[in-house]
Every structure is written in structure tokens, then in C-alpha cells.
Design a protein around this ligand. Structure first.
Ligand SMILES: [Zn+2]
Length: 103
């Protein structure tokens, strides 16, 4: 059930990197403090972005910048990240958003 909830919330960048928009409440529930790991500011009243390949949560501004930036990744880099993402990301999102995938 939870895994379906997570899957339904997954979005992708143009490279295929997945992410989930999360609310401050959700962040606090997993023990986060709503601080963007890029700019270091706190966002208690705005949604943020949980991104597997960054293993981090970014604010909207930093996330958009990262999403639209040419990351200088080679095709191999992207394939590697996407392979890891396929194997691990659902579990990682589930860890943050609570619930057990493998019931
Ligand atoms: Zn930021």
C-alpha cells in the first residue's frame, strides 16, 4: 500500500532521476528539520524535494536550479545512477515517508 502511495508521488527529471515533493510536516515526521542541504536555509512553510540521487532534501529554488542545470554527467554516470535508483530508491523514500514496503 505504502509503496503504491510512493510510486504515485514519484516524478522524474529529464535525466530520469526520481524525486518526491514533501511537506514540512512529512519532513518533521521522519526527524528532519526542513533545512535545505544546498543553501542551508530552513523552510518550515514550504514544500521541499526529496531526491534519491542527491540523497538529500532541497528547497524549491535549489531543486529547480539543480534540475535545470547541466550536471556534466556522462551517459555511464547516468546509467549507473539510474541502476542504483531502480534498486534502492523506493526503499529510501519509504524509509523517509514511513511504512514498510516488504510486508
Ligand atoms: Zn535551498
Amino acid at each position: 500500500m505504502i509503496v503504491n502511495n510512493i510510486k504515485s508521488r514519484l516524478k522524474e527529471t529529464k535525466e530520469g532521476f526520481n524525486y518526491i515533493e514533501v511537506t514540512p510536516k512529512e519532513i518533521l515526521l521522519w526527524g528532519g528539520i526542513c533545512i535545505c542541504n544546498h543553501c542551508g536555509k530552513q523552510f518550515l512553510n514550504e514544500n521541499m524535494y526529496l531526491v534519491f540521487v542527491l540523497t538529500d532534501t532541497y528547497c524549491k529554488h535549489c531543486f529547480e536550479e539543480w534540475k535545470n542545470r547541466d550536471k556534466g554527467l556522462t551517459k555511464d554516470d547516468i546509467e549507473f545512477d539510474l541502476r542504483l535508483q531502480k534498486e534502492m530508491s523506493l526503499k529510501w523514500y519509504d524509509y523517509h515517508l514511513g511504512g514498510k514496503i516488504y510486508d
